[in-house]
Design a protein around this ligand. Structure first.
Ligand code: NAP
Length: 482
């Protein structure tokens, strides 16, 4: 079992106190690298969720000034940075990613609290310079109300930071539900909120347990004004349906199918470095991981060779072990999806350049899939059409700019994309014509707290980060004074 000063409690957090499940039941959290039982966490349901919403409602109109909220946000930033190594260790144990990546994720999370503090002026009231209709017009950005925050397992602390930071900045009380695969990093964050900050009771609440009953309650309760969800498009679409009766505002950060386009005139070493770093981060389990590598025909051999050189240096293993640069898949379903995509591409004529077709996984731990690169992949392959969410890099060749744009846009998703070319006019022209909310030009970097990030089309609604992220949790109210 895991032992840490951040995990003195393995419960939910409601109305300013740690609480066990009413039923007394718990669920197991296991290390995906080793199968070790790490913790048993409270398995809550609809009753606890309703009490969390009650507590949040009672914490509205708490009178916290902008200055007070900035103090809270900066304190969380400070405490996360101070605890990054211990929280990173816990994050690696529950998720599997290498320790250095986990620590970087804690710093990334801290950045959202700092950035929300620095951007808070954008939600302060302002008065129009002109006086239409003979009145003085002031626009206030009121807290939207109680907000529900639902996060996935692939960034156990990064994803909640993107939601909780703007919610606190906007003075919205919240009810958070972590993924039951990775609830421990979330408990670390709540132990900071409980022990180091003096927040109004009920302002931040945490419920843990099975997603269905908890999210049904969050969707059905008219008092929840905003539901901010990060996860798969399939669940996101269900949430649209389940919240329509109350016109609940949804912020949806959903799946991707990122194209990584390499033109003949690209700096091939730079493109290969960036692809290797982007593709295998989190074991390929990030929404911004390149999913389709589109390479112009004339450089396909040279680029593949450079990329494969880098891929062969990746060391797969337990994220806590020295020198490991890629961890396991989260579970056997994740592993078997990668396997299925490799098999499907091979059946459709692709060949393996490095890596392999692995046997089916039967256990939910130790699901280490070797980084695999395929060539000769066609748009009919499942790995072209769907997000693989694993360490598979399929290379697809194209003739010219028009074909690259057509292939990149040949998906219903629109989250991240990347273009590598030394002709900046061309790269910008391509960025303008492809339907993705994020387009890295000569970089494989994903989002940063300072800038808005989100998807087009079936990759979601709304933005997180930057000043746009703060506006997801406020309602403008216009007051003309006669
Ligand atoms: P998921 O299965 O959709 O789960 C996401 C969250 O929803 C978890 O907390 C999960 O809880 C909960 N959930 C599961 N079933 C639910 C239901 N019926 N109703 C309401 N909530 C439910 O996604 P995931 O596998 O954790 O995450 C991977 C996906 O997230 C990928 O598609 C990835 O691209 C996407 N993602 C997108 C972004 C972005 O910024 N756009 C960022 C990260 C990830 P339990 O885990 O407890 O079941």
């Amino acid at each position: 079992m895991i032992d840490s000063p951040y995990l003195k409690e393995l419960n939910g957090y409601i109305d300013g106190a740690w609480v066990a499940a009413d039923s007394g039941k718990t669920f197991d959290v296991k290390n995906p690298a080793t199968g070790e039982l790490l913790a048993q966490v409270a398995a809550m349901g609809p009753d606890e969720t309703t009490r969390a919403i009650d507590a949040a409602e009672a914490a509205r109109f708490n009178g916290a000034s902008f200055e007070q909220r900035v103090e809270w946000l900066l304190a969380i930033d400070r405490e996360l940075r101070a605890g990054k190594e211990e929280i990173g260790r816990i994050l690696t144990m529950e998720h599997g990613k290498p320790l250095a990546e986990a620590i970087a994720e804690v710093e990334y999370a801290a950045g959202f609290f700092k950035d929300a503090a620095e951007n808070i002026d954008c939600i302060k009231p302002h008065t129009l310079d002109t006086k239409p209709r003979g009145c003085t017009w002031t626009v206030h950005y009121r807290p939207a109300g109680t907000v529900a925050l639902v996060t996935p397992w692939n960034f156990p602390i990064g994803m909640i930071a993107k939601k909780l930071a703007p919610a606190i900045a906007a003075n919205c009380p919240s009810v958070t539900k972590a993924s039951s695969k990775t609830p421990l990093s979330m408990i670390c964050l709540f132990s900071i909120l409980h022990e180091k900050l003096d927040l109004p009771k009920g302002f931040v609440n945490l419920v843990s347990g099975s997603a269905g009953p908890i999210s049904d309650t969050l969707c059905a309760d008219h008092r929840v004004a905003v539901l901010s969800f990060t996860g798969s498009t399939g669940i996101g679409v269900q949430l649209i349906d389940r919240t329509k009766d109350h016109c609940k505002r949804l912020a949806l950060e959903l799946g991707g199918n990122a194209p990584f386009i390499v033109f003949e005139d690209a700096d091939l070493d730079k493109a290969a470095d960036n692809l290797a770093a982007n593709k295998f981060r989190g074991g390929g389990q990030t929404c911004v991981c390149a999913n389709r590598v589109l390479v112009q025909k004339g450089v396909a051999d040279a680029f593949t060779e450079k990329f494969v050189e880098r891929v062969k240096k990746i060391k797969v293993g337990n994220g806590l072990d020295e020198g490991v640069t890629m961890g396991p898949l989260i579970d056997k379903n994740g592993f078997n999806k990668v396997r299925e995509h490799v098999q499907d591409a091979l059946d459709k004529g692709a060949t393996i350049v490095t890596g392999q077709l692995m046997p089916l996984a039967t256990e939910n731990f130790g699901c280490f899939y070797p980084p695999t690169v395929l060539r000769g992949v066609t748009p009919q392959a499942a790995c072209f059409r769907e997000e693989t969410f694993g360490p598979l890099a399929p290379i697809i060749e194209f003739e010219d700019e028009e074909e690259a744009i057509r292939l990149a846009n040949d998906t219903e998703f629109g989250l991240a994309s990347y273009v590598f070319s030394q002709d900046i006019d061309r790269a910008e022209r391509v960025a303008e014509r492809i339907h993705f909310g994020h387009c890295g030009i000569n970089t494989g970097t994903g989002p940063t707290p300072e800038a808005p990030f989100g998807g087009m089309l079936e990759s979601g609604w709304g933005r997180e980060g930057g000043t746009e992220g703060l506006h997801e949790f406020v309602e403008p109210q216009t007051i003309p004074h006669g």
